[in-house]
Write a protein that binds this ligand. Sequence first.
Ligand SMILES: [Mg+2]
Length: 189
Amino acid sequence: MPLFLLDRDGVVVVNRKDNIKRPAGLELIAGAAEGIARLTDAGISVAICTNQPEVARGVMSREELDAAHEALAGMLAAKGARIGRILPCICDRKTPRMKPAAGMLREALAGYDASAADTPFVGDQLDDLKAAFHAGCPRVLVRTGLGRKALERGLPQYLQPVAVYDDLAAAVDAHLGNHAGGGGIPPTP
Ligand SMILES: [Mg+2]
């Protein structure tokens, strides 16, 4: 199944210092809902893979996280944007599931019976690109969230090609252009 994978914070919703613990703290990045809606209209499933270590740290409960994700899905649905699964990794130490490892992305790919090579992962941090690399997904960095900082620090050569766009809306447009044979997100080598 065609699938598009997203990081949450800095890609779909605005980053907050306190890392968005409540539905009231969710603020959509401009154009993100409209971009996801274009994927929905194109028949492409969209899922989110997000590290949320605050749960293991006891800062928020799993129930609170699930409530925030339900609220997020509702905010997007109101704009015609359908989010399928929201997969969180709630560990607070490195695990094979937690980004920069590939486990969470692989789980999403398997859940949709999607091929990694055809499924871009859009993130705003180096760990997102690394997870995409390890999963075999095309790597996309957006300049929203922490993306601009990550670019300034420089991206390791092994992660290339990395497609860079101003925001999720632009990444979606490039991806949909791919389908029509236009230039867009480069495939994994
Ligand atoms: Mg992020």
